[in-house]
Design a binder for this molecule. Structure first.
Ligand code: GLY
Length: 391
């Protein structure tokens, strides 16, 4: 072998290594087709797409349901990529169908509902009419924070407990940081930091997995550590781990406090190194589900954690960043394969195989609207990080 040939060989190997393994352009264009189909199926904004019932019909929800911001959120992100006006009109229509939720003080999920919809809409269009709606929403959400307890209340009650907080609640803090920046009122940011610190203290186990539900008393003492959607109180419910990972990554982005970065890294390491993580890196719905490997997967947990890992990869040392990026890439390869990705059919949802609430026998192994949202977000983040487009 002569020297030139060896140099060419090394170069070819290096460039194939640098090539993104996911064809983002193709996946987003196919996703846009699916969601244009969804827009045709859903004309009346009284009902939002949620998932698919066992009989193949749509499971639909009214605006106060926690997932109703994801449809327009995905439409906004797909519009941002494609510049397709049909997607933009759909995004506007399904965002504005949520207007009354700005006053909803009965849920902690206003971050999901309003920041994915109005928040993305404001980011992309700078429509000033969206700003007061978002700020009112943040104000409504902040009423669920009792300073004596030090956390935002998730539900009105859970079993015998009156102040339950779920790990998922970390996902609403990004919205509150935005509200502080835009309004100049630090209250939203400050209460988010208190919430995140108490969650850090009380929600995590020594192995860095998290409980789903922590029940507090009226002055912030922990009464119980439970699950609602996981296999057991002491199990690691997959989507809960993903919400925590995403939440602490955002906390680090917004505050640059090392304790949040450390926590995000601990969760990431628990998640990516778990012995029950399947080869395709799409987790079972609970890492400790009793019948693994005969348990359903949760593609939504895979999509959420891939999106979070891609962001986290920018904040850690190079080698660890590469590891997170490469894990997220493998997840996106799996989710973009026909096993999980639907280029047609699938009731116009993009991903198959998510699990919503197995203990309640609800939404098991089905498409679910939030899986699509975080898959699209992860694809966009992946493309931004891996500039070269796949052919
Ligand atoms: N926040 C509820 C869930 O993740 O299912």
């Amino acid at each position: 072998m002569n020297r030139i040939f060896i140099v060419l060989l090394i170069f070819a190997n290096l460039s194939s290594f640098a090539q993104p393994k996911v064809n983002v352009d193709k996946q987003l264009k196919l996703s846009a087709q699916q969601y244009k189909g969804m827009l045709k199926e859903f004309q009346d904004t009284k009902y939002f797409p949620q998932s698919v019932n066992k009989d193949g019909s749509y499971k639909k929800k009214t605006s106060e349901w926690w997932c109703t911001g994801f449809f327009s959120g995905s439409l906004w992100n797909l519009y941002d990529y494609t510049k397709d006006q049909e997607l933009k009109s759909g995004a506007i229509k399904w965002t504005e169908a949520l207007e009354k939720e700005q006053y909803n003080k009965g849920t902690h999920d206003l971050g999901f509902m309003l920041y994915c919809s109005y928040g993305n809409g404001y980011r992309l269009t700078k429509n000033e009419a969206y700003k007061p709606i978002l700020l009112q929403g943040a104000e409504s959400l902040s009423t669920r924070f009792d300073p004596k307890v030090g956390v935002i209340k998730s539900w009105e009650n859970f079993k015998e407990f009156k102040y339950p907080v779920i790990i998922d609640n970390m996902m609403n803090l990004e919205f509150l940081f935005w509200a502080s920046k835009v309004s100049g009122n630090n209250k939203y940011r400050d209460l988010s930091i208190v919430h995140a610190d108490n969650t850090l203290k009380n929600h995590f186990r020594p192995d860095n997995s998290s409980y789903h539900v922590i029940a507090y008393d009226s002055v912030g003492n922990v009464l119980a550590k439970k699950t609602a959607q996981g296999a057991a109180d002491n199990s690691a419910w997959a989507r809960g781990q993903a919400w925590g990972l995403y939440g602490y990554t955002v906390m680090y982005r917004e505050t640059k406090q090392k304790r949040y970065l450390d926590q995000a890294v601990k969760i990431a390491n628990f998640y990516i190194n778990h012995p029950n993580m399947p080869k395709d890196k799409v987790p079972y719905w609970d890492f400790n589900a009793p019948d693994i490997p005969n348990e359903e997967r949760d593609a939504s947990a895979a999509a959420i954690s891939a999106s979070a890992l891609l962001e986290l990869s920018k904040y850690v040392k190079k080698d660890l960043g590469k590891k997170y990026n490469s894990f997220a890439e493998d997840v996106l390869v799996s989710l973009s394969s026909p096993e999980y990705f639907a280029a047609s059919g699938n009731n116009n949802f993009i991903l198959k195989h998510s699990t919503g609430h197995k203990p309640a026998k609800s939404e098991i192994d089905t498409p679910i609207i939030y899986a699509d949202y975080y898959y699209i977000e992860a694809l966009l983040r992946y493309q931004a990080l891996n500039k070269t487009k796949a052919k």
